[in-house]
Design a protein. Structure first.
Length: 154
């Protein structure tokens, strides 16, 4: 079954693209419990549960058409949710003006973790404002970025 992984990834990618969605994450898990797990979203965000279910059905149909035994796999297509990782330029662009958490591959001004407001987003750099300082960070130096979920109390 391991040789099906590349075909599965191609099929999932094609179905997601046809639905005009972005494939945020995809894992094909082999072993005793075979799972195809993906996260999708619209480029502008806002994917619904109904859309995820429809994409799930299309993937199962396409895998069947391609002769991949879908009964061997559990297919799970979800939205990336609130905890969506910030990885690329487009991810950071969506979070501009919001608070972000950054874990860095290498220190920036002696810091391996930064938390602050995402002020500027460039193709290869971002600027965040943290503790009265602006930090200019190369996207390549970011190991993981997350939007900080802030709940306003009442």
């Amino acid at each position: 079954m391991a040789d099906n992984q590349g075909r599965i990834e191609e099929i999932v990618g094609a179905v997601v693209k046809e639905a005009q969605l972005e494939l945020i994450d995809l894992k094909v898990i082999q072993g005793s419990s075979k799972t195809i797990r993906g996260a999708v979203d619209y480029p502008e965000g806002g994917v619904t549960l109904r859309t995820c279910a429809e994409v799930n059905k299309r993937i199962v149909f396409r895998l069947t058409e391609e002769g991949i035994p879908v009964e061997d796999y559990r297919v799970e297509i979800n939205s990336p949710g609130l905890d969506r990782p910030l990885k690329e330029y487009k991810d950071f662009l969506k979070a501009k003006g919001r608070f972000v958490l950054l874990w860095l591959n290498e220190p920036v001004e002696g810091k391996e973790y930064l938390e602050g407001e995402l002020k500027e987003v460039g193709v290869d750099k971002i600027v965040i404002s943290a503790k009265d300082n602006n930090f200019k960070i190369d996207l390549k130096k970011i190991k993981l970025g997350k939007e900080k979920i802030m709940i306003k109390g009442g």
